[in-house]
Design a binder for this molecule. Sequence first.
Ligand code: NCD
Length: 323
Amino acid sequence: MNLQLDDQGRLRHFLDIAGLPRDVLINIMDTAEKFSGVTEQAVKKVPLLRGKTIVNVFFENSTRTRTTFELAAKRLSADVLNLNISTSSASKGETLLDTLANLQAMHSDMFVVRHEDSGTAEFIARHVPPHVAVINAGDGRHAHPTQAMLDMFTIRRHKGSDFGRLRVAIVGDIMHSRVARSQIHALNTLLTGEVRVIAPRTLLPGNVREALGVHVFHRPEEGLRDVDVIIMLRLQKERMSGALLPSEHEYFQYWGLTQERLALAAPDAIVMHPGPINRGVEIDSVVADGDQSVILEQVTHGIAVRMAVMAMSMRSSGTEGAA
Ligand code: NCD
């Protein structure tokens, strides 16, 4: 049984892109398209989740993800609670399930969970009552499915819905990146023409080619040729153990996205990054702020895509009348 879908194939929890069919991913993007109209109106609210309580449970730092989840919930008229874990009972030794049981006792309808351990969102989804939906906002190195979907939405906005025509390159710290893993699953599910990863050997999981079906390059000079989309990743230093890289300066010299390297891609290629960006480490400021960069658009699209995922998963857990 797929924990993420109900018996009619509708989204129930949103934990991982792997295991979701193509039509669900397309439905998320189509629904987000409708909601992006809402976010551009003067009154940016729809009453879909009025009376529902959504709790952002973040055990790990976040700026973009938590705030856009919060805005998305507010634009759907839900009540939102941000649980600050450093001041919560978790730091007093309460177990994860006890913390959640207490939040459930307050009649929460949805948990948006970020945690440094892979699998936490799924673990919680297995322990909530049937009316509660769980959304993964990033678990360890494993998955970050709403980020991947806002990235797919951004690509579709710029390049159209035929992913089969596209060459997409993901550059940098693939090894530690939950974003890259979710993006690769999403790109594969959407039947993308070619998915490339470009990374130093020390930042690539050994079986990436076989496990994820991507084309591997070690130098941007080879991998960036003629691509339509470039996705840069941050070096996830907080997840690295030992010295995997000589220095940030050297990293930029060999793998950083400069104007010269960008010129190898298709002339209308777009440059993406999930943020936070490290200027002068993985990306040159001139490129990050340049005409081909859609990095801030990604942030904006995060709101509509998160509205879509929230509305869809609440509908299947018994909320009437979604988009
Ligand atoms: C990413 C994350 O937290 O996984 N950021 C984000 O959600 N916007 C990527 C990162 O931290 O580099």
